[in-house]
Every structure is written in structure tokens, then in C-alpha cells.
Design a protein around this ligand. Structure first.
Ligand SMILES: CCCCCCCC/C=C\CCCCCCCC(=O)N[C@@H](COP(=O)(O)O)[C@H](O)/C=C/CCCCCCCCCCCCC
Length: 214
């Protein structure tokens, strides 16, 4: 059953990442962006202190949704078709601020790096002790992934925002899955799918030398 409009559903996020990968190991952009929309919905529930994060995530998802609905939409069905199309047509701007719109490749790369943070964070939540602090799990996951790509001011703002996160068990409860134990079980189910999407994307971007796009 679909979640009420606006409400977060981990089950739907899980289903989105689960349906992302085709039998030919392609990553479909439709469900990929659906998964992100679901995660952003959860971020909104964490309060205004995270609005600088959600604004950036929404902007990036929006760029991709525009490509997926645009004139070249058939080229934006999967990550693989997008990479092939943008590279073949010189659309992957090596220099940012070249006056060209952000390419799909550089935009997905930002989301892909955030997916690395998400994996670490969810794994930390899943395996953490009952009394572990979400803020510590989140900070450690961030420092081991996304922080490398962010300037000092963003790192500082992120670290301050993380301090407002509720304790682990409360956090698991607000995920709206049931008891903390049920939430942990669902994280265990969701993580392999997220890892799979991450792994395929990483390999694709590495193969085409797209992992450092400015
Ligand atoms: C299953 C439920 C539990 C977990 C729910 C987590 C929900 C997370 C939702 C979204 C994650 C945030 C995605 C952030 C994308 C950031 C992309 C990025 O790196 N952008 C920077 C570079 O962009 P360009 O300038 O090159 O275009 C940009 O500078 C960043 C700006 C905003 C700050 C990003 C801070 C990221 C912190 C990530 C942790 C979110 C905290 C969630 C707390 C649970």
C-alpha cells in the first residue's frame, strides 16, 4: 500500500532501490530517484536545521527528473544509457560554471557519494548498541564518505545539525516501521539493495573515469 502523501515509508524506499536494478544489471533512474524522494521526505521530518541538506538534495533530484521527462528522456532511462549518451555528445562538462547546465553524470555523482554515506549510516544504525548515539554514527559515516568533498563551512553546518539527531532507538521509531527491532530487520533487508545500486554505479563511473567530475 502506498504511504500517505508526504509520509515517509522505509518500505517504499526499499522497494524503490530493489526495483532499480534490472536483470542486465542496469540501474533504472525512475526508481533510483523515487528512492531519493522517499529519503528526502524523511529528512524533512528531522526539522528545519536539515533544510540546507534537503534543499541541495531536492535540487539534484529535480535536475535529474527534468532530464528524465525532457526531450531526450529515452536516454535517461538508466544510468548506463545516460552515461553513454552524455559522453558521446560531449555533455559531461569537465569544467563547472562553463555556462552549461549541470550534466546528469555530475549530478548523479553527488547523489552517488551521498549513497555511500547512507550505506555507512544505515549499517551503523543497524549494528549499533541500543544506547549508541545517532549523532556519532552519522558524524562517523559522514567523515568517512561525503565530508571529503565538502568545504569547511558545509562540514561545520552538517556536524552541528547531526548533534540534534535523537537517540538511536527514538530514531528507529520515527522511521515508522514499528518497533526498533522491526526497523533494524528492515534495514537488514534494505541494505543489500542499496549496496548493489552503489556498487554498480561505482563500477560504471570508474570505468568511464567519471568519479572526479567537478
Ligand atoms: C532509512 C531512513 C534513515 C535515513 C534517512 C536519511 C535521509 C537522508 C536524505 C538525504 C541525504 C542527503 C543527501 C545530500 C546530498 C548532498 C550532495 C552534495 O554533496 N552536495 C554538495 C556538492 O554539490 P555541488 O556544489 O557540487 O553541486 C553541496 O555542496 C552540499 C550541500 C548541502 C550539504 C550536504 C550535507 C550532507 C550531509 C548528509 C547527511 C544528512 C543527514 C541526515 C540525518 C539522518
Amino acid at each position: 500500500m502506498a504511504a500517505a502523501r508526504g509520509a515517509f515509508s522505509l518500505r517504499e524506499v526499499l522497494a524503490a532501490f530493489q526495483t532499480c536494478v534490472t536483470e542486465r544489471r542496469e540501474v533504472l533512474l525512475g526508481p533510483y530517484l523515487c528512492g531519493w524522494r522517499g529519503l528526502i521526505r524523511f529528512l524533512h521530518s528531522l526539522g528545519a536545521i536539515f533544510s540546507f541538506v534537503s534543499k541541495d538534495a531536492v535540487a539534484k533530484v529535480q535536475i535529474m527528473e527534468n532530464y528524465c521527462r525532457g526531450e531526450q528522456r529515452e536516454k535517461y532511462v538508466s544510468l548506463q544509457s545516460m552515461v553513454e549518451y552524455e559522453l558521446a555528445n560531449g555533455l559531461v562538462n569537465a569544467q563547472r560554471r562553463s555556462g552549461r547546465p549541470d550534466s546528469g553524470c555530475r549530478t548523479v555523482l553527488r547523489l552517488h557519494r551521498a549513497l555511500c554515506w547512507l550505506q555507512l549510516f544505515l549499517e551503523g544504525l543497524r549494528t549499533g548498541q541500543e544506547d549508541s548515539r545517532t549523532s556519532v554514527i552519522c558524524t562517523d559515516s559522514y567523515n568517512a564518505s561525503l565530508a571529503t568533498y565538502h568545504p569547511w563551512v558545509i562540514r561545520k553546518a552538517a556536524t552541528v545539525a547531526f548533534c540534534t539527531l535523537p537517540p538511536r532507538n527514538t530514531f528507529l521509531e520515527i522511521m515508522n516501521v514499528g518497533t526498533p527491532e522491526e526497523a533494524v530487520a528492515m534495514l537488514g533487508e534494505a541494505l543489500p539493495y542499496i549496496r548493489d545500486v552503489y556498487g554498480i554505479t561505482q563500477e560504471l563511473f570508474a570505468q568511464h573515469k567519471l568519479l572526479d567530475l567537478p
